[in-house]
Design a protein around this ligand. Structure first.
Ligand code: HEM
Length: 504
């Protein structure tokens, strides 16, 4: 090879690359050490190349985090490769990050330059700063009480299919994995409430809409490519862009959702039906207001993320709810008594108002979300330009801020005997006497879960319908206590849950 008239042998070229690589390793290591000292970040000392990654990966469970907190305090951090991260477990400081100083921390952390193909690039989950604020403010009214009331009929219709399936299982006395059954339920509900599509996941699991919906969640959460990008931030993004490798979602499923959404949007333009209340229609309706207009690309992105965020999480909530009912007969009896007392036997549709009249159901759902939060941890990020100081702690620019929801929910200072299921923890008096930030299954602050009220309504309608018709029962195959995987983004049991149902 010839450069500026000088000829280099292959060995000389390799040697140069090696020297440059070693120089960059030393440079990055010095940066990580400097970050730790400059901002007085408590935590492990970073190693060359991998930083503090091995310490985080060696025990990524809440138990591991508890040990790190005992050693370094409730605010500690490190460099995962080249990603600077601070873990926060102090509720007062979290309150400031998520609410009071929210503007400084309003974005979620994203790996620099990561390849995000449409429609995942413009979702509410991923958008930043002013763009996020604009889209969030347009979307928020779609989840108002008035809009949710209009969605109850759809949720009740899908509940009927759910009950039919449960009764079939009761008749055949077969053991069920509630995740499969409630996964079908939430898939059909979100297909109707987001896209206005009537799917039947119980009967047609091969329907492309259902198959692609499930694939979106099938990727491994612990992804070696993510780790590679953390360690080599200069190289990873180029590689994923070059290979068009989408870290989080299978590319052909993304393409499928774009096609379906665009087809529906085209149909709706010629459709004269005016009473549709699915989220896609509500977004299309906002087109008439110049200040609240979303582009087609933005509408497709939001439909997609609502689908992704709404399916798995609510199915997980219902799965654990049925497990708790099966393994706590007293809780199930109390819930049944409340529902039988308030909802007449001939009632055909569980309305929004009826659901709101059931205090024990509300306590039961909250305690289920406390003990089994579907999303185990969340994050925020500081901006690229500003260091922030809160109560003497530095949150340097370009830093990911992580908080562990599962750990907060299982901290005995927040909930004595945290491994016991006690719905009365959410009775009004008990609730008011506790720090509200000790409960955050839907996150907290202006960037919390936009679908929270829909998820609660959907889960409660499903539970009322179930409890009126069936009893969940533990069998010899039911694992007690349940072993959980708490180190991944979504909480899951180590082995599929097994329970059975009896008709009432
Ligand atoms: C039990 C069910 C659910 C749980 C536990 C849950 C949990 C969460 C959590 C923890 C966050 C992050 C909040 C934060 O960063 O502070 C979130 C965000 C989000 N969720 Fe949910 N979610 C659920 C259901 C839903 C449903 C049904 C939808 C849509 C219909 C939805 C749509 C979203 C969206 C779009 C975001 C991003 C919000 C933003 O960045 O502005 N979620 N969810």
């Amino acid at each position: 090879m010839e450069v500026f008239g000088l000829t280099f042998t292959l060995w000389e070229q390799l040697r140069t690359i090696l020297v440059l690589f070693l120089l960059s390793v030393v440079y990055d290591w010095v940066q990580n050490i400097r970050w730790k000292w400059k901002y007085n970040v408590k935590g492990y000392f970073p190693l060359p190349i991998i930083g503090t990654l091995p310490f985080a990966l060696s025990n990524p469970t809440p138990d591991g985090e508890r040990r790190r907190i005992e050693r370094f305090g409730k605010i500690y951090g490190g460099s995962l490769g080249m990603v600077n991260l601070i873990n926060v477990c102090d509720l007062d400081i979290l309150k400031k990050i998520l609410v009071k100083d929210h503007v400084e921390f309003q974005n979620r952390f994203t790996l620099t330059g990561v390849y995000e193909p449409p429609p995942s690039d413009a979702t509410l989950l991923a958008l930043k700063d002013a763009e996020w604020k604009r889209v969030r403010s347009i979307l928020t009214p779609s989840f108002s009480a008035a809009k949710l009331k209009m969605m109850t009929s759809n949720i009740n219709q899908v509940s009927e299919i759910l009950i039919q399936d449960l009764l079939d299982n009761a008749r055949s006395r077969s053991t069920i994995d509630p995740k499969n059954i409630f996964g079908c339920f939430t898939m059909d509900v979100i297909a109707r409430t987001a896209f206005g599509i009537e799917t039947n996941s119980y009967k047609n699991p091969d329907d492309p809409f259902i198959a692609h919906g499930k694939r979106v969640f099938s990727g491994p959460v612990f992804n070696p490519v993510i780790i590679l990008m953390m360690i080599f931030p200069r190289l990873g993004p180029y590689l994923t862009r070059l290979l068009k490798y989408s870290i989080f979602f299978p590319t052909n499923s993304l393409e499928f959702f774009i096609d379906v959404s665009k087809q529906i949007i085209e149909q709706r333009k010629t459709d004269v039906t005016t009473d549709r209340v699915d989220l896609l229609q509500l977004m299309l309706n906002s087109e008439h207001d110049v200040h609240k207009r979303l582009t087609v690309h933005e509408i497709v992105s939001q439909s997609f993320i609502v689908f992704v965020a709404g399916y798995e999480t609510t199915a997980t909530l219902l799965t654990y709810a049925s497990y708790v009912l099966a393994t706590n007969p007293d809780v199930q009896n109390t819930l049944q008594e409340e529902i039988d007392e308030h909802i007449p036997g001939d009632c055909k549709e569980i309305t929004y108002e009826k659901v709101m009249e059931l205090p024990y159901l509300d306590q039961f759902v909250h305690e289920t979300l406390r003990m089994y939060p579907p999303v185990t941890a969340m994050n925020r990020a500081t901006s690229e330009h500003r260091d922030v100081q809160i109560d003497g702690y530095w949150f340097p620019r370009n830093t990911a801020i992580s908080f562990n929801i599962y750990m907060i929910h299982h901290d005995e200072n927040n909930y004595p005997e945290p491994e016991k299921f006690i719905p009365e923890r959410f009775a009004p008096d008990a609730k008011w006497s506790r720090d509200p930030f000790a409960f955050m299954p839907f996150g907290q602050g202006p960037r919390n879960c936009i679908g929270m009220r829909l998820a609660l309504l959907e889960a409660k309608i499903a539970l009322v319908n179930c409890v009126r018709k069936v009893k969940f029962v533990a069998t010899e195959e039911t694992e007690v206590p349940l072993k959980l995987v708490t180190s991944e983004a979504f909480l899951r049991p180590e082995k599929p849950i097994k329970i059975s149902v009896d008709a009432r």
